[in-house]
Structure formats: structure tokens, C-alpha cells
Design a protein around this ligand. Structure first.
Ligand SMILES: [Zn+2]
Length: 472
């Protein structure tokens, strides 16, 4: 059996991967923009939570990864030629699936202030207008690094500050360089006139040449649709939102829209009446939703994305998770924006979803930990139309997985694994992260991203941005 250190050393010698734990190499990231090669590995003797209902949990089991896919899971796998990773004390589970995140906003982390004029929407508008394309890169790169560090292997990047094609290019470059899997949903710019469509020519240009942007299929394209209203610029003209929607449908790309986040909102009813709902439509928030609207979402096959921390922090209210699940609607969990939530801790998001639901229901048993874990994995993947490829450790699916170290003080002792992950785990417990068979975090360190440099450069970009915007 070859050790993890030997394995990583071997990979570094091949020039494919930095060697974690070595001061001269750790976090150097190798060549900028280089992500590690796929590797053939077998994780040995871990507690494997496949999140596949047929396979279930496998204590003291192995996971064999080859050619970017899950080759096998089971006991004592015969894997000649694969590098061994010691999984003892680790929970191995599918990478966490995030379903709606304005990643460019991470440059504005914790900048939603305490007065109305400094709230999230005016802040995102004022600073978003002053963004340079390089700021899109900086914000998104920091967000992608945080995602991977915390075990998120799929993101839905809801990009609503595309001020020119270059803004989309720079945002996409950050996603590609990180090696993360995700959807890039193409949106309007902050302050975009409500009577105008998004830059549809820009969207179609990206769509035609998507092979150059997709990072060998890791990234897909969608529309970040404004729908019938936006937070900062009021109602979008019907002609504009219809044209945007029809463009996405004609390109056959999925559509995502924020709706019903305020009391009294009936946007979903309007979307249903005007035939804007469908299997290709994801609805974000929907904190204020009528039984008829829930039925319309279910009948039309829509998914929803819930971001409990931003929904509570901004005062939208509590996510009605139980109502959506009871209706059979695919539910995904999301970060939304770290301008409000502060961080992108998917373990905390799971815990909030469970605690809010049990609190609303006055019922200790309303939303079990195992069900919440499904929302962050297989169900989240289903909500993004990705469950044939990711979301469970099913042989044949892509090798997106994480290893959580249970031998740390906030998570030991090893008791009930689903409960530990939802109630006790935090990003610092994520030991290893793999996307498409590439090891992007190992031994608790990111392998391809220099986190110190990313933080420094993002801080410098924010300082310059505030200067340009006169925002203090
Ligand atoms: Zn949002």
C-alpha cells in the first residue's frame, strides 16, 4: 500500500500537483491556471456514504476512482496500479452540490451594512457598477477557492453583473482555473435598464463557442433570468423578460429565476399563468409561496433553491422546505451571496435548513439529518438536472467526492455519521476534495490554488473598487 504522502509526492514529481505539507510547495499552485491531472486512486477503509439508495452506507469500505469516474465501491477492492489513500477515520461522501450563488459578490463579503442605503441591494448595485472585468475574476476565484475548501464540488454561479463580454470571460476564467464543476448562468449587469433584454448576442456567442469555456465539460451554460422583477431596478418590462426567456428556450439552456421572496409576492402565480414554468426552470427563494403556487411548481417539474442564511439575514423569512419536499419538488441548497451570509459553509447551511424546519414544525423529527444530507448531494444534483452524473458515489458517475476527517475536536466521537455531517462538521474538517478524479484538496490544503495570494489580490481589488465607487 502506498501512502498518501508518497502518492502526492509522486504526483508532484510528475509536475501535476503541489505537495501539501511542504512549505516550499504548499499552495504554490504550480503553473497558474493548471489544475491537477486525473488520477487513479483507491480510498481504503473509510466510512463510505454513497447516497445511492441501493448501495447505502458501507462501513470500512473502499472507493476506486479511475478516468475521472467512480469505478467501484465496496470492501477490499482489487485495484492493482491505483494509488492508495488511507481512509481510516474518514467519512467519504459525494461532493456537496450548491445551487445558486452570485460568486462575483464574494469580493463584497460581509459588506451588507446596517442602514437601508447600505443594504445588500444598494451595495451590490453601487459597487457592481464600478466593477472591472478583473474584479469578476477576483471575486469568483475567491468564491471557488472557498467552495472547494468547504467540500462544495458543484456550484451554480448566478452571474448578474455581465457589463460586457469581458466580464463573463473573466468570471469563467476563474471557474476554469479552479477545476470546480458547475453551471454558469448568464445574467444582466447590475443597474441594467428594466426595459432592455440582457446582452443576447453575448449569450449566443458564448453558447456557440462553449467548448472553449466548458473546461472539458465541467462547466455548463444557463440563463440567470430576471423574471418579472429585480431587487434594485424594479419591474422588468414584459417584452424584455419574454425575449430573454425565449432566447434561453431556443438555445435549450436551463433557466433560473428569483421569485416570491417578499410577503405578498405572487410572481410564481404570474409565471404559471404566462406559461413560464417547466422542468428547465429553477425558482430561487420562494419564501412566500401559496399552496396553489407550490402545486404549480410541482406540476410543471420546477426545482427550487433555498439559501437559509441570506433569506434570514435580509429578512425574506424562513424557507418553507417541508412544504416543497411534501409536494415532491426537487430542493437544492444554496449560498446566494457572501455579502449577506459571510461565508459559504454548506455544513452550516444544512444545519440551518434542518433547524429552521424542525423549529417551524415544533417537531424534533420533522426533517431528519439524512434527508438534509440528500438535499446537499443527490437531491441538489437532481434539482440542477445533474443527478445522472453526480450527487452519489454510484459506479459510473463522475468522481466528485470529499473526505471528512472525524478525528478532530469539533466532530469526534464517531457516532451517527449523517448527524455528524449536518450538526458537527465544518469546512476545516474537509480533508480531501476530488472533482472529476482530480484531487483539489488534500490533507486539509488546496492543491491547485494559492489561498494566501488569492486573499491578498482580492483585498487589493476591493480596496481599488471602493476607491473608484467612493464607497466607505
Ligand atoms: Zn440570489
Amino acid at each position: 500500500m502506498r501512502s498518501r504522502r508518497e502518492f502526492l509526492g509522486g504526483m508532484a514529481a510528475l509536475g501535476a500537483l503541489g505537495l501539501p505539507g511542504c512549505a516550499s510547495l504548499a499552495g504554490s499552485g504550480g503553473e497558474p491556471g493548471r489544475i491537477p491531472r486525473r488520477s487513479e486512486v483507491v480510498i481504503r477503509n473509510a466510512y463510505v456514504m454513497t447516497m445511492d439508495p441501493k448501495l447505502g452506507d458501507l462501513p470500512d469500505a473502499d472507493v476506486h476512482v479511475r478516468d475521472g469516474a467512480i469505478a467501484a465501491v465496496g470492501r477490499s477492492l482489487d485495484t492493482a496500479g491505483a494509488w492508495d489513500i488511507d481512509g481510516r477515520g474518514m467519512i467519504v461522501l459525494p461532493g456537496l452540490v450548491e445551487t445558486h450563488w452570485h460568486m462575483w459578490n464574494t469580493l463584497l463579503r460581509s459588506m451588507s451594512g446596517d442602514k437601508r442605503e447600505h443594504g445588500y441591494f444598494p451595495t451590490a448595485l453601487a459597487l457592481g457598477k464600478a466593477y472591472l472585468p478583473s474584479d469578476m475574476y477576483q471575486g469568483t476565484r475567491l468564491a471557488a477557492a472557498e467552495a472547494l475548501n468547504g467540500g462544495i464540488t458543484f456550484v451554480h454561479d448566478w452571474c448578474h453583473n455581465i457589463r460586457s463580454p469581458q466580464y463573463a470571460e473573466e468570471n469563467l476564467r476563474a471557474l476554469r482555473e479552479s477545476g470546480i464543476r458547475g453551471r454558469f448562468s448568464y445574467g444582466a449587469a447590475q443597474g441594467h435598464p428594466a426595459d432592455q433584454t440582457v446582452d443576447l448576442a453575448g449569450l449566443e456567442r458564448l453558447w456557440r463557442s462553449w467548448a472553449a469555456y466548458s473546461n472539458d465539460g465541467l462547466l455548463s451554460l444557463g440563463l440567470a433570468w430576471r423574471g418579472v422583477s429585480t431587487g434594485a431596478t424594479g419591474s422588468v418590462a414584459a417584452a424584455a423578460y419574454k425575449t430573454d426567456f425565449d432566447a434561453a428556450r431556443s438555445l435549450r439552456i436551463p433557466i433560473s429565476v428569483h421569485a416570491n421572496n417578499r410577503k405578498g409576492s405572487d410572481a410564481i402565480a404570474l409565471l404559471a399563468r404566462e406559461k413560464f414554468l417547466g422542468k428547465d426552470v429553477q425558482v430561487v427563494h420562494a419564501t412566500w409561496v401559496s399552496p396553489e403556487e407550490i402545486r404549480a411548481l410541482a406540476d410543471n417539474g420546477c426545482a427550487v433553491s433555498l439559501s437559509p442564511y441570506t433569506e434570514m439575514r435580509i429578512g425574506f423569512g424562513f424557507p418553507p422546505t417541508g412544504e416543497f419536499l411534501a409536494a415532491g419538488i426537487p430542493v437544492g441548497l444554496s449560498v446566494d451571496t457572501t455579502a449577506l451570509s459571510g461565508n459559504a459553509d454548506m455544513f452550516a447551511i444544512m444545519k440551518a435548513i434542518q433547524n429552521i424546519e424542525n423549529g417551524r414544525a415544533n417537531n424534533e423529527f420533522k426533517l431528519p439529518a439524512r434527508r438534509v444530507l440528500e438535499l446537499a448531494t443527490i437531491e441538489g444534483a437532481r434539482s440542477m438536472g445533474m443527478s445522472d452524473h453526480i450527487g452519489s458515489l454510484t459506479p459510473g458517475k463522475r468522481a466528485d467526492l470529499i473526505m471528512v476527517n472525524t478525528r478532530q475536536v469539533n466532530i469526534a466521537v464517531f457516532s451517527e455519521p449523517a448527524h455528524l455531517l449536518v450538526e458537527a462538521a465544518q469546512p476545516s474538517n474537509v480533508d480531501t476534495v476530488m472533482v472529476e478524479g482530480r484531487i483539489l484538496k488534500s490533507g486539509g490544503r488546496l492543491t491547485a490554488l494559492d489561498t494566501g495570494r488569492i486573499a491578498d489580490e482580492a483585498s487589493a481589488a476591493l480596496a481599488a473598487l471602493r476607491q473608484r465607487a467612493g464607497w466607505w
